[in-house]
Ligand binder design. Structure first.
Ligand SMILES: [Zn+2]
Length: 316
């Protein structure tokens, strides 16, 4: 069904404490969906490393709707900055945690995720949630920066952080990361942040179109977004006339709206990732769904519009 953005109910600016670089989250309503952000941290890399081949013209095209001090119209000087965050979606009395960042105390062979000590759990509490309050954890994919808080270190053991939750993992990613070893940090994350959940009997290994929660014409469901990883999914939520899409790593940065055709350096299957990115962005431009990307600058949510060549983004 085509649904214009203007036809969605109750969309306003995400309310809350504004920029959350100091760890303060934001929450707001999209119709009857309540969505909170839980920040872990941020990182950056050269633009030409993240999305090789971005041009001065591409960067200039982004300027009317997104700019920031670390950007430059010189592609060699521009910096690709990302936030790392989770979302909590409250729908129909259930608290759904989407993606769980890097986690604390995890031994990783990459410095950006190694032995982090962040206030993610406190940030979750600031948004009003204790670990016991989470009913469902959904990981959009099983990379190290999306599964970390699935477990925490207790008496020397990795135990599930959310004792009352079911954890949803896509089957294709579960099978892939169980056996792949070419990226050590992602295998390490599988061993300490995915396997203990499975061994505790708390995981549901599902197909990529799994329906998480359903009422007539409303619900929360997964949609295949393979490419960034083999089993990447996005999480769709439609309730009370509003639609949100938690896009995981389909896009990391606004420049990828201008150039969705350039692979991101960490895309496992570059051509498939680019095709998926373009398909899902076009779908959002057409159905008016509000995006909630994992790594965009604050405040991250927005609408996709078609632009001359590809897309632009309207931050809300
Ligand atoms: Zn990520």
């Amino acid at each position: 069904m085509q649904r214009s953005a203007a036809g969605l109910l109750g969309i306003g600016r995400m309310r809350g404490s504004g920029q959350n670089n100091n760890g303060v989250g934001m929450s707001g309503y999209l119709g009857k969906l309540k969505i909170s952000t839980v920040r872990e941290g941020e990182g950056s890399m050269p633009m030409q490393f993240a999305v090789p081949g971005v041009t001065a013209e591409d960067l200039a095209q982004m300027r009317p709707w997104y700019w920031s001090k670390e950007l430059s119209e010189d592609p060699e000087a521009a910096v690709f900055r990302i936030e790392v965050r989770s979302y909590v979606l409250q729908v129909d009395g259930r608290n759904v945690l989407i993606d769980t960042c890097c986690g604390n105390d995890k031994q990783r062979s990459v410095p950006w995720a190694d032995n982090l000590q962040t206030e993610w759990l406190q940030n979750l509490a600031r948004e009003g949630f204790l670990p016991e309050d989470i009913d469902l954890v959904v990981c959009t994919h099983l990379h190290a920066d999306h599964v970390g808080w699935n477990t925490r270190l207790t008496n020397g053991q990795w135990v599930p952080t959310f004792p009352n939750a079911r954890y949803v993992f896509s089957r294709k990613d579960y099978e892939f990361f169980r056996t792949q070893t070419h990226e050590a940090h992602n295998h390490e994350a599988y061993m300490d942040s995915v396997l203990p959940v499975v061994e505790a009997g708390m995981a549901d290994i599902v197909e990529s179109d799994h329906c998480v929660h359903h009422e007539i014409d409303e619900g929360v469901w997964l949609e295949d977004a393979s490419g960034h990883s083999p089993g990447s999914v996005v999480v769709n939520a439609r309730w009370g006339g509003s639609q949100a899409v938690f896009t995981g790593d389909v896009v990391h940065h606004p420049i990828q709206l201008v150039r969705p055709d350039i692979p991101f350096f960490a895309d496992e299957k570059p051509a498939e990732a680019c095709a998926t990115r373009q398909r899902l962005l076009a779908q959002c431009a057409d159905n008016g769904a509000i995006l909630f990307p994992a790594h965009f600058p604050d405040p991250p949510s927005g609408r996709v519009h078609r632009a001359k060549r590809y897309f632009s983004y309207e931050f809300l």
